[in-house]
Ligand binder design. Structure first.
Ligand SMILES: [Zn+2]
Length: 290
């Protein structure tokens, strides 16, 4: 089974994770720009972070045979910081055009403040102008209210429905999102929120069209193997191999391909691994022999 992991924050993960992901069949990842736990206080630290996603992290993933893509955006949490939000938006406007950037995201609501709403609206416009899809984060508190409000803002923006992926859905929100024609993402977590078993039940009720699953693994308690683990549960439940591959390969790559920065054929190219390769003079070997 070929797997594309559409939402993982590799920046916070180790080389062991990359190795295990590659062994489990993950051939490509999308790393959305997000917050780092520690609030940033300067726009320049965003710039360095964005450059890391485009440079070092892509290089690091390649050393394990994994193709790395990313999204650019100001996350909802830090959108509230008036010392830097407008300057970061200017950066997003510039970085969205770089090679390997497959969407604007993750954007959306956290605490559902007026500032978050303004930044969300502006970033949707950036995406429309740049002809990129959007990756929408939905809030973990007041999930249903937050999703409702998000869908209103997205609809009013006039963006093409096929260009929208609404993430972190649950049984409560999927009926609403399904109706819109947007793509729906589900983050599978080790303990809470969404489990592989509940996910299978959602596929049974709502089908697999425009459905995408991810681990959303980051610096918190999370598991970068939850997409391949969910594949196993889908198989145990008797789901068709074609249906499974649609969810973990066809749907996510098909969605992000609308950016013009990723294609199924990317994965047919040479996938040899050469760990002596350098990025800005640095390698993953740290002085070891390959
Ligand atoms: Zn995330």
């Amino acid at each position: 089974m070929r797997i594309f992991e559409p939402h993982i924050h590799c920046y916070s993960r180790t080389t062991d994770d990359y190795e295990r992901m590659a062994l489990a069949g993950i051939e490509g990842v999308c790393e959305p720009a997000f917050w780092l736990g520690q609030p940033r206080t300067h726009v320049a630290t965003f710039k360095d972070y964005f450059d890391t996603l485009l440079g070092w992290e892509r290089h690091r993933a390649a050393q394990f045979g994994i193709r790395h893509y990313c999204t650019m955006g100001l996350n909802p949490k830090e959108a509230n910081d008036d010392r830097l939000n407008d300057d970061v938006l200017a950066l997003v406007r510039e970085y969205v055009h770089k090679d390997g950037v497959i969407a604007v995201g993750e954007i959306g609501y956290d605490d559902i403040t007026p500032t978050e709403e303004r930044i969300l609206q502006e970033q949707i416009q950036i995406a429309i102008e740049a002809r990129k899809p959007i990756l929408i984060h939905t809030p973990h508190r007041d999930k249903t209210g937050g999703v409702k409000r998000t869908l209103d803002v997205v609809r009013e923006s006039g963006i093409e429905p096929s260009m929208v992926l609404v993430d972190h859905n649950t049984e409560m929100t999927i009926p609403m999102v399904k109706e819109t024609g947007y793509y729906a993402g589900f983050s599978i977590y080790p303990n809470t929120k969404m489990t592989p078993e509940r996910m299978v039940e959602i596929f049974r009720r709502f089908g697999t069209d425009r459905m995408i699953i991810n681990s959303a693994a980051d610096w918190g308690i999370s598991d970068p193997l939850l997409v391949p683990k969910t594949v196993q549960v889908m198989r145990k439940a008797g789901m068709d191999e074609d249906e499974i591959e649609k969810v973990v390969w066809g749907n996510p790559i098909g969605f992000f391909a609308q950016s013009g920065q990723i294609a199924f054929s990317d994965f047919d190219r040479d996938r040899s691994i050469d760990r002596t390769r350098l990025h800005a003079g640095n390698s993953v070997l740290r002085g070891q022999k390959p």
